[in-house]
Write a protein that binds this ligand. Structure first.
Ligand code: R5P
Length: 289
């Protein structure tokens, strides 16, 4: 098995290559002056299992994943395993209003034309995995244990923004070695959220809010306000996928005692890695466990 690294996650790709003891394929991936993507494999992969590591956000990366997976298949790989650290469009996981596109399905459906197997990390909805129709092996791995391990010894409580995300808090709290609970978030629109009052015993405590995604940062900002009002001493926030749209990171760094994310989207807050759970899933799928 060898690894084809797309442009989105260079460090995660290198680290997976070491963990799996799999070489990185030489490829020429660049853009023409008009912006169009160019990709070429510089090695023979006939009959090989190839692991492609590439997120599908933003759109340039999504297109690159489509091109790399199709190119790998067309060049004779026997098995093409797609590792999608951050699956873009994951939050459009159903038809919310009549007539709109089901974007997560569209993306998954097109990717499964070339992928034999797919490994995602903390997909926003587990059910999205089923949209990769023809892919044989489908895994949604979680990096919440790694998140909790990174915060071990620094926390009194782990909180999710709402009840729906409580399993994230539970998983992170297990390795962080502290209890967990949830807040009461209501989303008004894409950038507005409210936090209903919920009595929590956080007075003088160090707490961490965990979520799968931080985008605008509104969720974390409201959660942090609610916790400070109730006397929390330190408020940290950790997420898997740090999208940080529209200056979200800078805003949050001002109001938090620490802001951390994983390497599914490599950025300045990246502090823990999806390498171990992804490598475990690859071994499971390929029988190399
Ligand atoms: C929503 O269901 C997700 O789990 C996150 O809570 C959400 O995407 C965060 O968005 P924002 O940072 O814009 O509040």
């Amino acid at each position: 098995m060898r690894i084809l690294c797309g442009s989105s996650n260079p460090s995660l790709c290198t680290s997976l290559s070491k963990e799996l003891d799999a070489g990185i394929l030489n490829a020429d991936i660049r853009r023409f002056p008009d912006g169009e993507l160019y990709a070429r494999l510089l090695e023979d992969i006939t009959g090989e299992t190839v692991l492609i590591v590439q997120s599908t956000y933003p759109d340039d990366n999504a297109l690159e994943m489509l091109m790399l997976s199709s190119m790998t298949r067309d060049n004779g790989a026997s098995r093409v395993i797609g590792v999608i650290p951050y699956f873009g469009y994951a939050r459009q996981d159903r038809v919310f209003k009549e007539g709109e596109s089901f974007a997560a399905r569209t993306m998954a459906r097109h990717l499964s034309l070339s992928l034999s197997d797919v490994i995602c990390v903390n997909l926003h909805k587990q059910a999205t995995l089923e949209e990769f129709g023809t892919a044989v092996g489908k895994r949604n791995v979680s990096v919440m244990s790694e998140l909790g391990g990174m915060m071990k010894g620094r926390l009194d409580l782990v909180l999710s923004p709402d009840k729906g995300a409580i399993t994230y808090a539970a998983e992170a709290a297990r390795t962080a070695g502290c209890p967990f609970d949830h807040l009461e978030k209501t989303r008004i629109d894409g950038s507005t959220v409210t936090m209903a009052r919920k009595e929590l015993d956080v007075d003088g405590k160090d707490v961490c809010i965990v979520d799968d995604i931080i985008a605008t940062g509104s969720t974390i900002a409201r959660a942090s306000e609610a916790l400070r009002e109730q006397g929390a001493r330190k408020v940290f926030a950790c997420c898997v996928h740090g999208l940080f749209t529209g200056g979200g990171r800078e805003r949050l760094e001002h109001i938090l005692d620490g802001l951390f994310s994983s390497d599914t989207i490599e950025n300045q807050t990246t502090a823990f890695s999806a390498t171990a759970p992804v490598a475990r899933a690859v071994k499971e799928l390929t029988g190399g466990a």
